[in-house]
Design a binder for this molecule. Structure first.
Ligand code: UD1
Length: 368
C-alpha cells in the first residue's frame, strides 16, 4: 500500500550518550519493516568523542543520525537546557507521532520534557527502574521521564511494581524485557579475546575488569582512593583491566591518584564488541555502571557493584551481582567471596534477545 505523508507515522528516536546506542539499535531494527512507519534518529551529542559515541553508531549498524544537536558537556542545567532548545525545533519541524527515549541520561529527560509540552506521546524504553537515591542524577531523570511517558516499557517486574507504587495507570505499563540483552546476544559470537589481545594481554577467565565513572565515586577523592586501594588488592591476585572513562581520567589526574593504579592495565574506553570481548572472558567485573550489572548477569560473570544501591535489583536476586559499596574492606571481602562462589545465577524473565520485537509490537499497536 502506498502511504502518503499524512497516513505515515513518524517516530523520533533520541540518543545522546554511550549507554543509549545499544538500546535504540534493536528497537529501530525491529521497527524497520513496520508498515507506514518513518523513523528519524536524533543524536543529542551529549557524548561526542569517537570512543564514546560515533564508534558505537557505526559498530551497532545504526543509521546515520538525521541530526546531531551537538550539545556536548556542561553542568546538568546547561546540558539539559541545550537539548531542550534544540530538540523543540526538531519536534516542531517533524511533528512526530511518537518520541522514543531510552535509559536515564540527561538527554532522555530533556527530550521527554519537550515532547510532553508539545503533547507528543512518549515511549520510554527501560522504564520503572529506581535506586531510591535522589542524589543520583539518573534517578531524577528516571522519575521525570516515567511521569511524562505514555508507554512505559519495563525490563523487569520490579519496574512494573515501582511504577504501580507511584500511581502509574496499569494500561501504560508494558513488561517487555531487557533490550540491552538483545544487542549483547547478537554480538556475542563476534566477541573473542583474540580481537583485543594485541592491546590487552590477558588470558581467558584469568583477569578482572574495572569500570568507574559515577560522580559519587570519582568526584570524591576519599571514595575514589578507597576504591583504588581495593583494586590494588585485586591486582595482586590477577590482572585488572581498566578502560578509563573521560571523567575518571581527568579526576585521576586532578587528585594525583594515577600511581595507585600501577598494577592495573589501563586503556582508553573500548568499542562495544571489544568491551564485550573483554567482559565475556573475564573472571569477574568490578563496576559502578548500570548496564554492566545487567550484561554480567546475562553472561553469568560475577559482578561487584561499587555503589551503595542499585536500580537493577533483579541482577542481585537472579543474576551474578553483589552490591558491595565503596569501602576498601567491603570490596575486598566481596572479591574473596566471588572467587569461591560457584553460583552462575539465572537469566531474568524476558532477557531472551526478543525485547525489541515486543517493544515494536507495543508501539505498532499504539500508533494504530
Ligand atoms: C553520562 C550519564 C550517565 C551514564 C554515562 C555513561 C547523565 C546525567 N549521566 O555520564 O548516566 O552512565 O554518561 O558514560 O546523563 N566527556 C568527554 N567526552 C565525551 C563525553 C564526556 O571527554 O564524549 C567528559 C567531559 O569532560 C564531561 C565528562 O566526561 O564533562 C562527563 O560527561 P557527562 O556526559 O557529563 O557525564 P557522564 O559521566 O559521561
Amino acid at each position: 500500500m502506498f502511504l502518503t505523508r499524512d497516513s505515515q507515522k513518524t517516530i523520533i528516536h533520541v540518543v545522546g550518550a554511550r549507554p543509549n546506542y545499544m538500546k535504540i539499535a534493536p528497537v529501530m531494527e525491529a521497527l524497520r519493516t513496520a508498515a507506514g512507519v518513518r523513523q528519524v534518529l536524533i543524536n543529542t551529542g551529549q557524548h561526542y568523542d569517537e570512543s564514546m559515541a560515533g564508534g558505537f553508531l557505526t559498530e551497532l549498524e545504526l543509521p546515520r543520525p538525521d541530526q546531531d544537536l551537538g550539545v556536548g558537556s556542561g553542568t546538568h542545567a546547561v546540558q539539559t537546557a541545550k537539548v531542550i532548545v534544540a530538540f523543540e525545533q526538531i519536534c516542531l519541524a517533524e511533528r512526530p507521532d511518537l518520541v522514543v527515549v531510552v535509559g536515564d541520561v540527561n538527554s532522555t529527560m530533556a527530550a521527554s520534557l519537550v515532547a510532553a509540552k508539545l503533547v507528543i506521546p512518549i515511549a520510554h524504553v527501560e522504564a520503572g527502574l529506581r535506586s531510591f537515591d535522589r542524589t543520583m542524577p539518573e534517578e531524577i531523570n528516571r522519575i521525570v521521564t516515567d511521569r511524562l511517558a505514555d508507554l512505559l516499557l519495563t525490563p523487569s517486574r520490579d519496574g512494573n511494581d515501582n511504577l504501580r507504587a507511584e500511581g502509574t495507570p496499569e494500561e501504560k505499563i508494558h513488561l517487555v524485557g531487557n533490550v540491552m540483552i538483545d544487542t549483547l546476544r547478537r554480538h556475542l559470537p563476534m566477541a573473542g579475546l583474540a580481537r583485543i589481545r594485541d592491546r590487552i594481554p590477558v588470558n581467558d577467565r584469568a583477569y578482572a575488569v574495572l569500570t568507574l565513572h559515577r560522580p559519587s565515586n570519582v568526584d570524591s577523592v576519599e571514595t575514589f582512593r578507597d576504591i583504588l586501594h581495593a583494586v590494588r588488592v585485586v591486582s595482586s591476585t590477577m590482572p585488572v583491566v581498566f578502560p578509563v572513562h573521560p571523567r575518571t581520567r581527568s579526576r585521576l589526574k586532578e587528585f594525583g591518584l594515577e600511581a595507585e593504579l600501577n598494577g592495573a592495565i589501563l586503556t582508553e574506553p573500548l568499542g562495544y564488541i571489544d568491551f564485550l570481548s573483554l567482559t565475556s572472558h573475564a573472571r569477574l567485573v568490578l563496576t559502578d555502571s548500570g548496564g554492566l550489572q545487567e550484561e554480567t548477569t546475562a553472561l553469568g560473570i560475577p559482578c561487584l557493584t561499587l555503589r551503595e544501591n542499585t536500580e537493577r535489583p533483579v541482577t542481585v536476586t537472579h543474576g551474578t551481582n553483589r552490591v558491595v559499596g565503596t569501602r576498601t574492606v567491603d570490596i575486598v571481602a566481596g572479591f574473596e567471596q566471588a572467587l569461591v562462589s560457584t553460583t552462575g545465577g539465572r537469566m531474568p524473565e524476558l532477557w531472551d534477545g526478543h525485547a525489541a520485537d515486543r517493544i515494536a509490537a507495543v508501539i505498532s499497536r499504539f500508533l494504530t
